[in-house]
Design a protein around this ligand. Structure first.
Ligand code: AMP
Ligand code: ZN
Length: 474
């Protein structure tokens, strides 16, 4: 039996008890990245909070299936179908094909996505895989009278809806009327300002790289259609939770609801989970601003990606969060102190199941209460201070890590092993690891292998991991 779980539903604008369509099971859809550039640490904040949502639901006893799209076509600079095509602009910038750009940035995205402890979605689907599904949905929308052809494009007619749901009263009427975010360019084919493109045939992008045959001519899909279709393809006609950042609410999620419910003829998704933005001192972090701070860059600067996760978990997902290196440095110190405390635990004795259950309950209550991650971390500190044996504490940390994914025990182990090694050996190991990295860079694999063997002879085994080279005494 799954436990009571509450979170803020943007649809009803209140914290609500979550009731899935099928008891114990959760179908979840996440808007994935537009792969024309690196995902910055702001994007990654959104995916960290979604990861915590999934793991908290699992901790509460739910079985979650999660689907994510990859936007590799159709997303224009403004979410309201105006401006440059993002993928095309990326390809031109780097003198590569659109598909090369898509592959490169999809791989880069998942590298950073996983480095911060996120679990990969069960299904990952690029939009370009699903063109027939998009065409089918658009055909149905035309048949049902919810869409029209104008100037060669197919548009969704928002005036046909009883309600064009926009999520937030904070979305200004003016913004809604213009229907754009980044610019004020207007499309004279639209009957209503809030109408949006389902399929482009006549576009200003003569050099549009990806085009497909359709009943309305050779062209490509609008951005919003992909999320409705990909979600229904894998999760059926009734979705439990749809996730995204707050900027996705309008027009993207608004338009997803409009087209999905018009197509289905019934309600589509009951719960909408939106997380707030990461800002830096200059304002909202944005890919389109050019140079972006990524998790990989943090790593190059010597920061452990899990410290970035730790930083994110300490603030609530519905509040904006300001990033600075000073704050991150503070987090490094706090995280390392925490690891040190865990490393001091001896693990002796039997786990006290009653104490364990008591703390697990507190932890579950925190994460099931609109994802109160800072309270969950407080429970972890309380457990470390508790009047119980080390085995119980270690068992609790392991249990909490099913949601927090901070790898405190792994880091503590590495710290203890490091401490057992005398400084001379440590120096030798580090020197050999650097030497081997140089050899690998120069493609001198024979030397790299010889160094590995030299270390092995001294009882040191090395492993190449996502986070870099790790070693242990054998
Ligand atoms: P994109 O690749 O631009 O479509 O964005 C990927 C995800 O990151 C979306 O869910 C956005 O809502 C989210 N996002 C964009 N900018 C930020 C930011 N500054 N902070 C947090 N999330 C963001
Ligand atoms: Zn989407």
């Amino acid at each position: 039996m799954a436990e009571k779980f509450e979170f803020y539903n943007s649809l009803t604008r209140k914290v609500e008890e979550f009731v899935p369509n099928e008891p114990g099971k959760v179908s979840m859809y996440t808007c994935g990245p537009t792969v024309y550039h690196y995902a910055h640490i702001g994007n990654i904040r959104t995916y960290i909070m979604q990861d915590v949502l999934i793991k908290a639901l699992e901790y509460a006893g739910y079985d979650v299936k999660r689907v994510m799209n990859i936007t590799d076509v159709g997303h224009l600079a403004s979410d309201a179908d105006t401006g440059e095509d993002k993928m095309l602009a990326g390809a031109k910038r780097e003198h590569k094909s659109v598909m090369e750009i898509a592959k490169f940035y999809t791989d880069a995205f998942f590298k950073d996505f996983e480095a911060v402890g996120n679990k990969k979605p069960d299904v990952i689907e690029p939009a370009t895989n699903c063109i027939p599904e998009f065409i089918h949905m658009i055909e149905v929308l035309l048949e049902k009278g919810y869409a029209y052809l104008a100037g060669g494009n197919v548009y969704f007619d928002t005036s046909k809806l009883d309600e064009y749901y926009v999520f937030s009263s904070a979305i200004e009427k003016e913004q809604l009327e213009v229907g754009v975010r980044d610019d004020v360019e207007e499309d004279s084919n639209k009957k209503n300002k809030t109408d949006f493109v389902l399929w482009f045939t006549k576009s200003k992008f003569e050099d549009q790289a990806l085009k497909w045959d359709s009943p309305w001519g050779v062209g490509y899909p609008g951005w919003h259609i992909e999320c409705s279709c990909i979600s229904m393809k894998h999760l059926g006609d009734r979705l439990d939770i749809h996730c995204g950042g707050v900027d996705n609410m309008f027009p993207h999620h608004t338009n997803e609801i409009a087209q999905s419910e018009s197509y289905l003829g019934h309600k589509w998704c009951g719960y909408w989970f939106h997380s707030n933005h990461l800002n830096d001192r200059a304002g909202k972090m944005s890919k389109s601003k050019g140079a972006v701070l990524t998790v990989s860059v943090l790593k190059e600067k010597g920061y452990d990606p899990l410290v970035y996760r730790f930083f994110c978990l300490q603030s609530h997902y519905r509040k904006p969060l300001e990033f600075s290196f000073d704050v991150l440095d503070n987090n490094v110190a706090v995280y390392n102190k925490l690891v040190k405390r865990v490393a001091e635990l001896k693990g002796e004795g039997a786990v006290d199941e009653a104490v364990k259950a008591e703390f697990e309950k507190k932890f579950r209550e925190a994460v099931c209460d609109d994802l109160n991650t800072s309270m969950a971390i407080t429970v972890l500190y309380d457990a470390l201070k508790a009047d119980t044996n080390d085995a119980t504490k270690l068992s609790l940390i392991e249990s909490f890590d099913r949601v927090l994914s901070l790898d405190l025990i792994g880091h503590a182990k590495a710290l203890s092993e490091g401490a057992e090694v005398d400084s001379e050996l440590l120096e030798f190991i580090n020197a050999k690891i650097s030497e081997r990295a140089e050899a690998k860079k120069a493609k001198d694999f024979a030397t790299a292998d010889a160094i590995r063997q030299e270390l092995l002879d001294k009882g040191v085994e090395i492993k190449d991991t996502r986070e870099g080279v790790k070693w242990q005494l054998i």
